[in-house]
Every structure is written in structure tokens, then in C-alpha cells.
Design a protein around this ligand. Structure first.
Ligand code: ADP
Length: 393
């Protein structure tokens, strides 16, 4: 009998879900609820070749999930036949409490709630999904899978900021990282594929949010996201690394509040701030048409990546494999070529044909002579969550 896991990623006004067979990795059904709390709510449910769209107001997460469960039974697969053995919930911030998946009990729920101050944009929204799912599916174990868990084992010298110790301790300030589920999934897949457990790997997760990690023999030794997902690479709407004094300067000069600067850095910066567009395809199109702001944005984007690759290779004392993943990493062959060109002085050599092909499976895109193996490895965070949830069942 096939078992399945329902994976839920609950945001403040959206809820994405996927029913997965963790054994084969097959996606059985998936969908999303959007614009929760607004007049023009929307639910999309896919099952097999059928896609159903429901346009109606979805006042809250509970109404949204009830409607999703109704669609499962109306469109398929019927939940009574789906043999759901666990519900896996994505949670961005697990703080110091969680270095792996956790069965959600009232105590675990309390700890996730406790961490809302560290992830005010994410954890409260996850709790909404967790609460309604536990209420509507009370007989199935619910498991939280944390974006930060893989990075709980970062060594002290990369996890600790050079900040006054007492202040850091009082406010739990350290580098927690994020996207850990994806970095762990991609790096362990690479190890398995190459049959080597002692690889020095750099994983570039380049989506709307973007992060890079250094992984030595399966253990994360550094990552670019910090206390929050704001640190590190240039992202769709986030600055990534920036002198923290810019915050004080803006506040002093403009009178903006902390929340306003937070919004400026998280939602109005990055590619969007530099070009007006947060979608990499649009930025690339503008650059192709000769737009100078877009060209500069791409140059900043690539240079930031190169800085991290250089520092991570030095930190690990070498690098065997660099993997590209997520929306931009998997699809933007031009970006991969630009990164590899900058690494040519270190012996990196791209196989141009392999790089240009449309890639849906883990693929090596470097030439035989390359000093470092370059790969494209499609990530699958939902499958990773489903499999991690299964480890507790
Ligand atoms: P997230 O899950 O963080 O929302 P994704 O991993 O889906 O993001 O990545 C979204 C990004 O991937 C967008 O910037 C989008 O433009 C980019 N992307 C998708 N397809 C392509 C492509 N063919 N070329 C360049 N960028 C692409």
C-alpha cells in the first residue's frame, strides 16, 4: 500500500501544499491557496491531468484548508484512499531548539511561537497553517521541518557575529542560516550520485531568495544567510550583504522607522531596487536590450556569488563540486556561464553544450578537464520535507 505525506508551506496570505509519495518521490497532487484574507481569493488544485481553479474569498487559513480538503475529495485523490501517514510543515526558523525535524506537540508549537521574534515574517504564518492542519487532520502526526536545522551544526567561528557577547546572548543573535532543507537535499544527492562522502561542496541556491553554503563531508561549515534571510547574496527584493551603518545613516537622515528600513531592505531592494524588476528573466531581458541598470545589477549579482565561492573555497581548503539550484540556478544558463567564466583562472572549465541544455535531472556541466566539477541539481524542498517527516513516523 502506497503511503503519502502531505507537505504544507503556510505563508501569511498563502498556503502551498503537495501530496508526495516519499518512497518514489512522485508528486501525487499539489496546489495553493492565495490572497487569504482578501476579496479575490484563489485556490488552484492539480491532480493528474486535472487542474481546478476556485475564485472566491478565503477569509482565513482554516477556510482555505477546509476548501483544499474538499477539493481533494471532489477532484482527487480521495483522502481516505491516499494513506497520508504524516503532514510535514515547513518552518523557517527553528532557532537553537531544533537541529532536525520535530513531531509537533503543544510544547514544540510553543517553541516555534517563541521564535516569532527572530522570524516575524515567517513563523507566525507557519503557525496558522500548523494550527488549522492539526485541527482538521487530528489523527495524523504533524512534523515540523526547519530551514535552519541543517545549519545548527555550523562551527562557532562561522555561526558567531563579532558583536558584544552579552547583547548577542540576550537576544539570541547568531547566524542561523536558511534554505537548509534545500542545501542538505542537493549536497547529499551529489554525494550519493558521485559515491563520495568526503566531498567539499559549495551549493548555490538561487531563487527569489538566494543563499550559498559550504559543506564539507556532509556537514555545513558556512552559509550566507544569517540571523535572518536578509544576509548574503543579492536577491529578488533583498539587499543581501550591506554595511549595517547604512541602516543608521538612513534612519538619521530620513527619519524612517526600523520597520520602514526593514521593508526597504527586504522588499524593495536587490534586483528590484536596482532595476525595478525582481524577476531574473525580466532583468536579463532588460540587460539584453541594453539597459545599463540591469547590466550593473547582473554584474553585482555575479560578483557577490564569486566573493562567496572564493571565501568558501579558502575556508574549506578547496572545493570539489559547485552546484547550482532553484529557479535561477536551474534555468539561467547565461548566469552559470558568467559565474564559471570568472572562475576560469582557477581552472574551472564549462562544457558549453551541457550548460545550454534544458536540465531537469542532476547534471554535470563542467568539462572533463575542469579543476572543479560544476553541476546543476534541481532542488525539491517538498520531497525533502516529506522524507524528513517520514524519519519520525
Ligand atoms: P522561490 O522559490 O524563492 O520563490 P524560485 O526558486 O522559484 O523562487 O526562483 C524564482 C526565480 O527564478 C525568479 O527570479 C525567476 O525569474 C527565475 N527563473 C525562472 N526561470 C528562469 C529562466 N528560464 N531564466 C532565468 N531565471 C529564471
Amino acid at each position: 500500500m502506497t503511503q503519502s505525506v502531505l507537505v504544507i508551506n503556510s505563508g501569511s496570505s498563502s498556503l502551498k501544499y503537495q501530496l508526495i509519495d516519499p518512497a518514489t518521490g512522485a508528486s501525487i497532487a499539489k496546489g495553493l491557496v492565495e490572497r487569504i484574507g482578501e476579496e479575490d481569493g484563489h485556490i488552484r488544485h492539480h491532480y493528474g491531468v486535472t487542474t481546478v481553479d476556485v475564485n472566491e474569498a478565503v477569509p482565513d487559513h482554516e477556510v482555505g484548508l477546509r476548501e483544499v480538503l474538499r477539493l481533494f475529495n471532489a477532484v482527487g485523490p480521495n483522502l481516505n484512499d491516499a494513506h497520508i501517514v504524516a503532514v510535514g510543515h515547513r518552518v523557517v526558523q527553528g532557532g537553537k531548539y531544533f537541529s532536525g525535524p520535530a513531531l509537533i506537540t503543544d510544547e514544540v508549537r510553543r517553541l516555534i511561537d517563541d521564535l516569532c521574534a527572530l522570524a516575524p515574517l515567517h513563523n507566525p504564518a507557519h503557525l496558522k497553517g500548523i494550527d488549522v492542519a492539526r485541527e482538521l487532520l487530528p489523527d495524523i502526526p504533524h512534523v515540523a521541518v526547519f530551514d535552519t536545522a541543517f545549519f545548527q551544526s555550523l562551527p562557532a567561528d562561522t555561526a558567531t557575529y563579532a558583536l558584544d557577547r552579552a547583547t548577542a546572548e540576550k537576544y539570541a543573535i547568531r547566524r542561523y542560516g536558511a534554505h537548509g532543507t534545500s542545501h542538505q537535499y542537493v549536497s547529499s544527492l551529489v554525494s550519493k550520485m558521485l559515491g563520495q562522502s568526503t566531498l567539499k561542496q559549495i551549493v548555490l541556491h538561487l531563487g527569489n531568495g538566494a543563499s550559498v553554503s559550504a559543506i564539507d563531508s556532509g556537514h555545513a561549515v558556512d552559509t550566507s544567510m544569517g540571523l535572518t534571510p536578509l544576509e548574503g547574496l543579492v536577491m529578488g527584493t533583498r539587499t543581501g550583504d550591506i554595511d549595517p551603518a547604512v541602516v543608521f545613516h538612513i534612519q538619521r537622515q530620513s527619519g524612517m522607522s526600523a520597520d520602514e528600513v526593514d521593508t526597504l531592505f527586504n522588499k524593495k531592494s536587490g534586483l528590484k531596487g536596482l532595476t525595478g524588476e525582481n524577476d531574473m528573466r525580466a532583468v536579463r531581458q532588460m540587460a539584453t536590450e541594453g539597459n545599463k541598470d540591469a547590466r550593473l545589477a547582473l554584474d553585482i549579482y555575479v560578483t557577490r556569488i564569486i566573493k562567496y565561492i572564493g571565501s568558501y573555497a579558502a575556508e574549506m581548503g578547496g572545493v570539489d563540486v559547485i552546484s547550482f539550484t532553484a529557479g535561477i540556478g536551474e534555468n539561467d544558463a547565461a548566469l552559470r556561464a558568467e559565474v564559471c567564466k570568472r572562475l576560469a583562472p582557477f581552472g574551472v572549465e564549462l562544457d558549453e553544450d551541457a550548460n545550454r541544455e534544458r536540465i531537469s535531472e542532476p547534471t554535470t556541466i563542467s568539462s572533463r578537464n575542469s579543476s572543479v566539477r560544476i553541476m546543476v541539481v534541481p532542488t525539491n524542498e517538498e520531497l525533502a520535507i516529506a522524507r524528513q517527516a517520514m524519519t519520525l513516523i
